[in-house]
Design a protein around this ligand. Structure first.
Ligand code: AMP
Length: 127
């Protein structure tokens, strides 16, 4: 079954300029902006400009140019944020929550870049 993209989702509105955002980087294929409810001192979202619901949708349906452009934008954002260990940054976590198990709230692919504190275990243990 293929995905259907809801063009009324909040990130689609941000891409159309209908909702403001605090832009960190904009490229031909990606937009990076600050998360409105940061979970860490550094919390930036990187989204592709194309209509992709999640990572597997993007990885299967996007063009090579879009995939390269989006991936390079993530690299550029890490550089701009100064989180790269290779530049004495403290490191980061890149997360793409997907679907029900991933507790995805916004149905447009977004990669969270989190840093600025020790982030703890990758996922909580079940209680
Ligand atoms: P997820 O649970 O992975 O779908 O995460 C969605 C993220 O989008 C959350 O971290 C929200 O805080 C963030 N978010 C929702 N609306 C906005 C907005 N208007 N600007 C920036 N971030 C937003």
């Amino acid at each position: 079954m293929s995905y259907s993209y809801d063009d009324q989702n909040i990130f689609a509105k941000i891409l159309r300029g209908e909702i403001p955002n605090k832009t960190v980087l904009e490229t031909k294929h990606a937009l990076a902006f600050e998360d409105i409810a940061p979970q860490a001192p550094t919390h930036v979202l990187v989204i592709p400009k194309g209509p992709y619901v999640n990572y597997d949708h993007f990885a299967q349906q996007a063009s090579d140019e879009e995939i390269v452009g989006f991936t390079r934008a993530i690299g550029e954002v890490c550089k701009l944020l100064g989180v790269q260990p290779s530049m004495d940054g403290m490191g980061y976590r890149a997360i793409a929550n997907t679907g029900e198990a991933g507790v995805q709230e916004v149905p447009h692919l977004h990669v969270h870049i989190l840093s600025g504190r020790i982030l703890g275990r990758m996922i909580p243990r079940p209680s």
